[in-house]
Write a protein that binds this ligand. Structure first.
Ligand SMILES: O=c1ccn([C@@H]2O[C@H](COP(=O)(O)OP(=O)(O)O[C@H]3O[C@H](CO)[C@@H](O)[C@H](O)[C@H]3O)[C@@H](O)[C@H]2O)c(=O)[nH]1
Length: 458
């Protein structure tokens, strides 16, 4: 079938951003539209290495541009990463769009006529506007988080935060009478552990506000029924989620690391709703003390657990620890470096999900009806935790003592509490049905996606 349009999708180069935009790219390609995904060279190499093609018929094209950095160490410094990509990538993007135009020799169907960019890589929207190309922002986190960021000016003017984003009072923050109020700790740029990092995060958020002006529509990985009031205060917001992997996405679904393929078999060996799945996304770091408390808590529960420990998750001497720990838990615990998370969460033997509350993990948990235990690390994760525990009531927080330090005792008691709560189970079931309905025939997110496809084709 001849492709009618050519869409360029540009994610921000982090796992939690690449995955959802890649899933959206597949949804668009399913409608007969040509899609090219632009990654940094470093992310591109990881995606290609970690995701083998099933049959060579991947429906999406990939291109890669340099990010202007030399080492992976530099890439871990977000301030550097954000500064570098927004300095060097706009030039590569413009060059690429012009090259495609020349190569297509006037064939309008081949030329790039739509750009979808993560608002965290919003410089791409600026390039698209300059080149007269239609465009939309993509937001990989919650609509409530986007609402907060887009109201930064109002919060400063209202004396709620200062010019560095620091909350001036401990009071609940209200953006609208219909929207659940935000706690001052839930401001997504708050990082009391390190005020320099907080400044970087706040500047980053302010850049998002600026870049949002280059688009009038924002595709969000959420669904209307989940965040109706937040959707109501952002004109142009288009929830199209939850963006979930399905069988067609077995090609290049976007993991940056190799998924451990032994999980399914291991899960098959356990009774329904018996396994505690523990994974904290791609960026969470645990201090050695917190890592050990978590490990001991899991061990003491004496129930089966599947725990993702990324090699860079802690400075604790993991190998030495693992030797004895794995020996002790060998009958019920499995530790891996990276999971096929969506498959794990969909497995009937999973009973609960101990998560950092990254938005993708939160949505994947909700969509599979799995109760959540929340240990947020930074950014939007505290806000997501508040929604999970206080608004939707589908999980419990593992909040630590007055200094935020978690103990093995708390890990154990909270897991047992979440497993024993009928209220949480009932809410999870309801949430799963709502999430699935939104992306089914006639559902709100599917309708939004279809009207967006019409916009591309127009
Ligand atoms: O072993 C694992 C662990 C995670 N994942 C996947 O990796 C993604 C992780 O995304 P997310 O849960 O959102 O966490 P982060 O990687 O931490 O994502 C960043 O981006 C998100 C979207 O903006 C934010 O909500 C987070 O706070 C931010 O840290 C999810 O799709 C998971 O399914 C795996 O496939 N295997």
């Amino acid at each position: 079938m001849a492709e009618l349009k050519h869409v360029l999708c540009i994610p921000f180069p982090l796992q939690g951003h690449v995955t959802p935009l890649l899933k959206l790219s597949h949804c668009i390609a399913d409608h007969g539209i040509k899609v090219t995904v632009v990654n940094t060279e470093s992310v591109h190499a990881q995606v290609m290495a970690a995701n083998q093609l099933d049959d060579g018929s991947n429906p999406i094209d990939f291109v890669a541009f340099p990010d202007g950095l030399e080492t992976d160490e530099e890439r871990k410094d977000w301030a550097k990463l954000v500064e570098s990509i927004s300095r060097v990538m706009p030039g590569y993007l413009q060059e690429f769009i012009e090259k495609v135009k020349q190569q297509s020799k006037g064939n309008e169907d081949e030329q790039i006529n739509f750009v979808i960019a993560d608002l965290n890589a919003g410089w791409a929207l600026e390039v698209a506007e300059r080149m007269g190309i239609k465009r939309a922002g993509f937001w990989p986190a919650s609509v409530s988080c986007l609402a907060l960021i887009l109201h930064i000016r109002k919060l400063i003017e209202g004396g709620v935060i200062d010019n560095d984003g620091i909350a001036l009072k401990n009071d609940a923050i209200s953006l609208s009478k219909d929207l659940p109020s935000y706690k001052s700790d839930d401001l997504t740029w708050t990082f009391p552990e390190d005020l320099t990092v907080q400044k970087v995060l706040f500047n980053w958020a302010s850049t998002i506000v600026h870049h949002s002006t280059y688009s009038t529509s924002y595709l969000c990985n959420s669904f209307h029924e989940l965040e109706a009031s937040a959707c109501g205060i952002i004109p142009g917001v288009l929830p199209v989620g939850p963006l979930l992997a399905s069988t067609r996405l077995l090609h290049r679904r976007g993991s940056l690391w190799n998924e451990d393929s032994t999980c399914s078999k291991w899960l098959d060996q356990h009774p329904p709703q018996s396994v505690i799945y523990v994974a904290f996304g791609s960026t969470t770091i645990f201090s050695p003390e917190q890592f050990y408390e978590l490990a001991h808590g899991l061990e003491q529960i004496g129930r089966p657990f599947l725990w993702v420990v990324r090699p860079d998750m802690t400075d604790a001497p993991v190998n030495k620890f693992h030797g004895t720990f794995l020996q002790r838990v060998r009958n019920h615990g499995k530790v891996i470096q990276w999971a096929p998370q969506e498959e794990v969460l969909a497995h009937p033997s999973v009973a609960c999900f101990f998560t950092h509350c990254g938005w993708n993990s939160t949505l994947e948990g909700l969509s599979n009806g799995v109760p959540l235990l929340c240990r947020p690390y930074f950014a939007d994760q505290r806000l997501n935790r508040s929604f999970v525990c206080d608004v939707w009531r589908v999980g419990l927080g593992v909040d630590g003592d007055e200094n935020g330090v978690i103990t093995r005792h708390e890990v154990r008691t909270k897991i047992l509490a979440v497993l024993g709560s009928d209220e949480i189970k009932a809410n999870c079931k309801r949430m799963k049905e709502m999430a699935r309905k939104s992306v089914s025939e006639g559902g709100s997110s599917l309708k939004n996606l279809e009207s967006f496809i019409e916009l591309i084709k127009a």
